[in-house]
Write a protein that binds this ligand. Structure first.
Ligand code: AMP
Ligand code: ZN
Length: 227
């Protein structure tokens, strides 16, 4: 082989080598996606609410069957979670007619808390169609959405699109059909809801960015506090 041909062959093999993953890269990818340490960490994080309700310091109110805690990363001025004491379900998707009594008790506790503590404030009460945390939890959130923890489009749209399943509607669907199979959004629907434009929940404004929307929500809150 001539010296030039040898040089071309070496350059070609270097290029192939650049594109293929090195043994080190393959090892790191495995560590990222599949290691048992990683799965355990994720599981631990997802079970945070089951742990939170065990700490009496977190409990705002409780009954025989449910506990109310403050959301640790509130997405509005007031944000609570109503959680059944016994973990039966992880998502509203699994609800059936047999859970109607439990849901009615959760609703009653949520309304009672709002009436006692925040009689002048408007709230939304419902579930996220695709929750990030395990252990069924009902969001009770004030509609100002003024909070430093509200940061992303996903945060906003998770509470202000069809991704948020209002509790009274959900209960009537269960009473009518016995389950939520025909009513529940698909994963594809949910993906689209979370990417929707940023529409204000109090007027017709469509904000371009989250900072713009947050500034606008602040203005709404200030003007309503002056009324
Ligand atoms: P979801 O997206 O419906 O699963 O919402 C889970 C909620 O739990 C979010 O609003 C979080 O801010 C909240 N959260 C996460 N960890 C904790 C915790 N340890 N204690 C209380 N609330 C939490
Ligand atoms: Zn507005």
């Amino acid at each position: 082989m001539s010296a030039n041909a040898f040089k071309r062959l070496m350059e070609a093999s270097k290029k192939i080598g650049d594109n293929s993953p090195s043994p080190k890269r393959i090892k790191n990818n495995w560590a990222k996606e599949g290691s048992s340490k990683d799965i355990t960490k994720k599981h631990y994080w997802k079970s945070g609410l089951s742990q939170a309700i065990m700490d009496v310091e977190n409990i705002v109110a409780s009954s025989d069957t449910v506990v109310i805690i403050k959301d640790k990363y509130p997405k509005a001025k007031f944000h609570y979670l109503v959680i059944p004491k016994v973990e039966q379900l992880n998502s509203a998707r699994e609800l059936t007619r047999s859970h109607i009594n439990l849901l009615k008790e959760m609703q009653e506790k949520a309304k009672g808390l709002v009436k006692d503590r925040h009689p002048e404030t408007k709230f939304k009460i419902g579930f996220h169609a695709k929750p990030s945390m395990d252990h069924l939890h009902l969001h009770v959130v004030s509609t100002d959405f003024v909070s430093t923890c509200l940061k992303t489009k996903k945060h906003w749209n998770s509470f202000n699109t069809e991704h948020f399943l209002d509790l009274p509607e959900l209960i009537s669907k269960l009473e009518e059909n016995g389950n939520l199979v025909c009513y529940y959004p698909t994963d594809k629907d949910i993906e689209l809801y979370l990417k929707k434009a940023l529409k204000c929940n109090q007027c017709s404004l469509e904000a371009k960015t989250m900072p713009n929307l947050k500034q606008h929500l602040n203005a709404h809150a200030q003007s309503s506090s002056k009324m």
